[in-house]
Design a protein around this ligand. Structure first.
Ligand code: KIV
Length: 275
């Protein structure tokens, strides 16, 4: 009989309900991207709460210029590796470009493949246009993390990696999208590159945990791309990235420092946030 890689240890993993309790108890949630078993094991030992198998792997692992070329096969492969390397952290996998935009039914098929690979939640980029799919997946047993604000998969449409939520129309849209996605069943919301005050007020409007990346400190938790915070990614870093290798004696030290700064509300500082 074959044993699913996640089946022996699944009772010990954090669940989305643990994250909800953390939000309710004002305990900040720490999240880092992760793509392989060795880092999964190290991050797990450091007790990071969530491992995000992000489609940023297209840039930091595969060497592409954007996340657009990432395929489902790659997401499955990396999700399986992260699952094999860890036993405590909640695992979220990104749905890559093209895997969830056609129909809720196709999205379910792709999301289910990520869950079979070991994910406990899938992340979907998009606002109002993803409400129906979020509802379809949630009602069929797939926890969804919605992702609003700067959407890297829409870089061509946005005309670049730009901060969102800076004019009245965009502020109103982001606020209503957040509420609609929660209403549709999303059990977590990730907000990327939006002003800190907007992210704080969206967090106040919601009951689900909110995770920020370039969204200020007044959210339920923080995520960074692992290669960015270890200062090994190529190219210009966004304002919200902090180099945790600066002054650290090891990779483990850098990761522990990130987790403790997130838990203490010290990261992000003002210099990492947008007004
Ligand atoms: O793919 C990714 O790394 C992301 C970031 C927002 C963390 O989605």
């Amino acid at each position: 009989m074959s044993v699913h890689p996640n089946s022996l240890s699944s009772q010990k993993r954090l669940s989305h309900l643990d994250l909800l309790n953390m939000r309710r108890n004002n305990e900040k949630i720490s999240m880092l991207t992760c793509y392989d078993a060795s880092f999964a094991s190290l991050l797990d030992a450091c007790k990071v709460d969530v491992l995000l198998v992000g489609d940023s792997l297209g840039m930091v692992v595969q060497g592409h210029l954007s996340t657009l070329p990432v395929k489902m096969d790659a997401m499955i492969y990396h999700t399986e590796a992260v699952c094999r390397g860890s036993h405590r952290a909640l695992i979220i996998s990104d749905m890559p470009f093209g895997s969830f935009q056609i129909s809720p039914q196709d999205s379910f098929r792709n999301a289910a493949a990520l869950m079979v690979a070991g994910a406990q939640m899938v992340k979907i980029e998009g606002g109002i246009e993803m409400v129906e799919t979020t509802n379809f997946l949630s009602r069929r047993g797939i926890p969804v993390c919605a992702h609003i604000g700067l959407l890297p998969q829409s870089v061509n449409h946005l005309g670049g990696y730009r901060v969102q939520g800076r004019d009245a129309e965009s502020v109103a849209r982001l606020r209503s999208e957040a509420l609609a996605l929660q209403e549709a069943g999303a059990c977590m919301l990730l907000m990327e590159a939006i002003p800190a005050a907007l992210a704080a007020s969206i967090t106040d409007d919601l009951t689900i945990p909110t995770i920020g990346i370039g969204a200020g400190a007044e959210v339920s938790g923080q995520v960074l791309v692992l290669h960015d915070m270890l200062n090994i990614s190529l190219g210009k870093k966004a304002r919200f990235v902090k180099n945790y290798m600066d002054g650290a004696s090891s990779i483990e030290d850098a990761i522990l420092c990130f987790i403790s700064e997130v838990k203490a509300g010290k990261f992000p500082a003002l210099e990492h946030t947008y007004k």
